[in-house]
Ligand binder design. Structure first.
Ligand code: KIV
Ligand code: NA
Length: 264
């Protein structure tokens, strides 16, 4: 497999081939995921929860993600690497430029930001300055205090319409990839069909162009409760390499997630 680029992911969407993605935080797992053929690795701000043991992602700093991006970069040779922009590190376009530069120089190929409408100028500004951007809509964990908990989003039709509209605007502003988290499967399907860029889901059903999981959830060792949309691939296989191979296979064959891992 040659190096995964954003154009390759775009071609995969066009060909109807599913994209496999997972979070990674260190060089050893990065190498294992990369060699298994994982298409995308995200240095998620989930590292606050799974590495640092905090109850949400808000305390994570740009230096934390920068450090772990360097670690992941050292283990990767093929996968596309996304650095997650932590809470309040992209509150203004200027802040976003300086902080995105840190992640790109640490080895990311793309940065990810959570939110809709308010981010349009930031996104177009980043892309103009040569930083590819991944969007993130639905249950955006940095907004947990606004949502009043980690709750499925887009269940009523007004909210569903809003998420779809935001996705279209983000695409127009220049995002080249979109993560949809914890929304009903039929809404995620609609958005994936409406957008020309690839859409990666987590707790968003099987109709997105790809899937991502927090690596700890995928091997059943999460610090907090394992979410409903995840699956313990390690329990099914008995060793990490086989667990990751199974995860990639289930995603690319369209067998994961099934109904039991999706929301209605
Ligand atoms: O931080 C993270 O791990 C994420 C994924 C769950 C998409 O944003
Ligand atoms: Na995140």
């Amino acid at each position: 497999m040659s190096r995964i680029t954003i154009s390759k992911l775009q071609a995969m969407k066009s060909a109807g081939e599913k994209i496999s993605a997972i979070t990674a935080y260190d060089a050893s797992f990065s190498r294992l995921f990369d060699e298994a053929g994982m298409h995308v690795m995200l240095i998620g701000d989930s590292l606050g929860m799974v590495l640092q043991g905090t109850s949400d992602t808000l305390p994570v700093s740009i230096e934390d993600v920068e450090y772990h991006t360097k670690c992941v970069r050292n283990g990767a040779s093929k996968a596309l690497i996304i650095g997650d922009m932590p809470f309040m590190t992209y509150a203004t376009p200027e802040q976003a430029y300086g902080n995105a530069a840190k992640l790109m120089q640490a080895g990311a190929n793309m940065v990810k930001v959570e939110g809709g409408e308010w981010l349009l100028d930031t996104i177009s500004g980043l892309v103009e300055r040569s930083v590819p951007v991944c969007g993130h809509l639905g249950l955006t964990p940095q907004a947990v205090n606004v949502f009043g908990g980690f709750k499925v989003q887009g269940r009523d039709s007004e909210q569903a319409k809003q998420i779809l509209e935001q996705a279209l605007k983000l695409e127009e502003a220049g995002i080249q990839l979109l993560v949809l988290e914890c929304i009903p499967a039929d809404l995620a399907k609609k958005i994936s069909e409406a957008l020309t860029i690839p859409v990666i889901g987590i707790g968003a059903g099987k109709h997105t162009d790809g899937q991502i999981l927090v690596m700890h959830d995928a091997i059943g060792i999460s610090f907090s409760k394992i979410p409903k949309f995840s699956r313990n691939f390690l329990a099914e296989t008995g060793n990490i390499s086989d667990a990751i191979a199974l995860y990639i296979d289930e995603v690319t064959q369209g067998r994961f997630p099934s109904e039991e891992h999706s929301f209605k």
